[in-house]
Design a protein around this ligand. Structure first.
Ligand code: VGL
Ligand code: ZN
Length: 196
């Protein structure tokens, strides 16, 4: 059984948003077009408290997009984005949300960032996405949304490690950093990931 995972199609990741992904809006039409092909459709939603430690504003001595050592890994410090309850955290009004069965929120713990839709970056907390998919006998996931080089990529990698056939929908995603995404694409292919 196949499932579609729509990652973080939220206003703050779209042009004009706090952490805008260039041309991010162009994927919405593609996603709406393929959505009816899937019986199982889920979404993730980045959902941070205002004092989240991934925000540069939580670090007086740092600037936006600085990379710091945090929790034992290299963490990019982001502009405030997808703050719980704000318009920037809402799904785009252009996205067809009617057939989304479950929304998995992530990034609520201010002490750890959460790129993948499956777990936080330390893999200490699961969102429940894996359990939901297994309960529906899903063995293949198709992933789209934003951003290609962060939440889409890490969701796709975790899906592979959890034993799913993992497929990134090329026309349904855009990257923050295109060069970094090229390298991540290579790694994903090496690990057995696929692109359509
Ligand atoms: C994301 C950076 C920070 C994403 C979320 O959805 O790709 N990127 N939070
Ligand atoms: Zn975030």
């Amino acid at each position: 059984m196949k499932a579609l995972i729509i990652v973080d199609v939220q206003n703050d990741f779209l042009p004009g948003g706090a952490l805008e992904v260039a041309h991010g809006d162009e994927i919405i039409e593609q996603i709406n077009r393929i959505l009816p092909k899937y019986e199982i459709v889920v979404a993730t939603q980045d959902w941070h408290p205002l004092n989240h430690k991934s925000f540069a504003s939580s670090h007086v001595e740092n600037n936006v997009f600085d990379v710091i050592e945090w929790n034992g890994y290299q963490q990019t410090l982001w502009p405030n984005h997808c703050v719980q309850g704000t318009p920037g955290a809402e799904f785009s009004s252009l996205l067809d949300t009617n057939r989304i069965q479950v929304i998995f929120r992530k990034g609520m713990d201010k002490k750890v960032d959460s790129y993948s839709g499956f777990y936080d970056n330390l893999k200490s907390h699961s969102t429940g996405l894996d359990g939901f998919l297994k309960s529906k006998n899903v063995d293949e996931v198709h992933i789209c949304g934003l951003a290609a080089d962060f939440c889409v990529y890490f969701t796709a990698i975790d899906a592979l490690e959890l034993g799913y056939k993992s497929v990134i929908i090329s026309k349904g995603t855009k990257a923050i950093d295109k060069d970094a995404y090229m390298k991540k694409k290579e790694l994903f292919l090496q690990k057995g990931g696929l692109f359509i």
